[in-house]
Design a protein. Structure first.
Length: 376
């Protein structure tokens, strides 16, 4: 019998006019939307171009490829990038039983500098997300986007979405200019509210970045994507060393699409520095940094098996697998083959395998299935 598989990283493509139509009339001219400009697909808010991506042309335009080896055929198009029936079919074909779903356009919410526009945008997305998935909560975990330009808005929106039954909420991987860094006590009320409401915080890679294309020239494509794991490391370091997680021990965070093999090294390094330089350390923590990470931090991964090999440091409970559907850098449509090789050559129990590919995330995000219910 195969284990229950939960993908901790999936994306939905919102209706293209979601924010153009959903925001108050006074804000619609600054609504996030996509438009074609020459050879680029641009994400735009008012006069601001948030992100642009060169559109594919030629034989690969309609078929995504991925780095799974030279013998792997081009990937087929996803059926469920914007609808539930097609998504359920793709999940069945891939052997995925449930998933948490993140936005596409909504990932760029944190590029909005006006706090009222940011709040309204998150509420439009969260209301749409709730309506779209609320009849399928045994299969899909709804993840809210939380406004952060005003942290009072963050707390109020956490309470609003919790009342709808949301169990996950996204905050930026990178704290933008103008908001407190994650080592600032100003975040305490936000993480306290999340803990009390039973909402896990999610930091998806790239969110909060002014531009995900930082490196240019030779190797830039590899460097830009790889370096995003550093954003997750910085966020965890700040939340742990700054004491936010220590002061809110029931708060749970998950870093998504940043890999996980670095988590053990970060944990041990922080422990080493905390004690070697303790005369300089402020604030003093009630637990070792590594203990905080082990108790309160999860990291998603696709292929990087070294995180499984180093689970004696992090605990296997810290590891959550994700497919990144329907993105071309993800495992679709070769998920069964990826999962079949994931534990090759690693001495590991069947229980640990089942937790890593499904149980850990299902419990963290409180998937609406009785077998994953967590005692209060």
């Amino acid at each position: 019998m195969r284990p229950f598989v939960f993908s901790a990283d999936g994306h939905i493509v919102e209706p293209p006019d979601l924010f153009l139509e959903g925001l108050p009339a006074s804000m619609r001219s600054r609504a996030i939307h996509s438009e074609k400009r020459d050879d680029y697909l641009c994400t735009v808010s008012g006069e601001k171009v948030i992100f642009r991506m060169r559109m594919r042309t030629g034989p690969l335009a309609d078929e995504a490829t991925s780095m799974r080896g030279p013998d792997v055929a081009p990937a087929r198009r996803a059926l469920g990038h914007n609808n539930i029936p097609g998504r359920l079919q793709d999940m069945k074909d891939e052997g995925i039983d449930a998933e948490i779903v993140f936005p596409s356009l909504g990932l760029w919410t944190y590029a909005l500098e006006d706090e009222d526009l940011e709040l309204a945008t998150t509420q439009v997305y969260n209301d749409w997300n709730n309506a779209f998935f609320r009849d399928h909560t045994d299969t899909f975990v709804r993840c809210a986007v939380i406004p952060v330009r005003n942290l009072n808005n963050a707390v109020s929106e956490l309470k609003r979405v919790a009342a709808m039954g949301f169990t996950a909420a996204m905050v930026p991987s990178i704290t933008m200019k103008g908001i407190p860094a994650y080592n600032d006590p100003a975040w305490d009320p936000v993480f306290e509210a999340g803990a009390q409401l039973g909402i896990a915080f999610v930091l998806h890679t790239g969110t909060g970045a002014e531009n995900v294309v930082v490196e240019r020239g030779p190797g830039a494509a590899v460097m830009n994507y790889t370096r995003q794991m550093g954003d997750a490391q910085n966020a965890i370091m700040a939340l742990v060393a700054g004491g936010v997680l220590d002061r809110n021990p029931k708060a749970q965070i998950a870093v998504i699409e940043s890999g996980a093999s670095w988590l053990a090294g970060l944990s041990e390094r922080m422990d080493e520095v905390y004690y070697a330089h303790q005369v300089f350390v402020r604030p003093k923590l009630s637990r070792k940094p590594g203990e905080i990470i082990r108790a309160q931090v999860k990291a998603s991964f696709q292929y990087d098996r070294a995180c499984i090999m180093s689970r004696s440091v992090t605990g296997h409970e810290a590891l959550i697998w994700g497919s990144d559907y329907p993105h071309s850098e993800g495992t679709f449509p070769h998920t069964p083959e990826v999962l079949a090789r994931l534990f090759d050559g690693i001495e590991i129990s069947e229980r640990e395998k089942a937790d890593i590919v499904g149980g850990n995330a299902a419990r963290l995000f409180r998937l609406n299935r009785p077998e994953f219910a967590v005692p209060a």
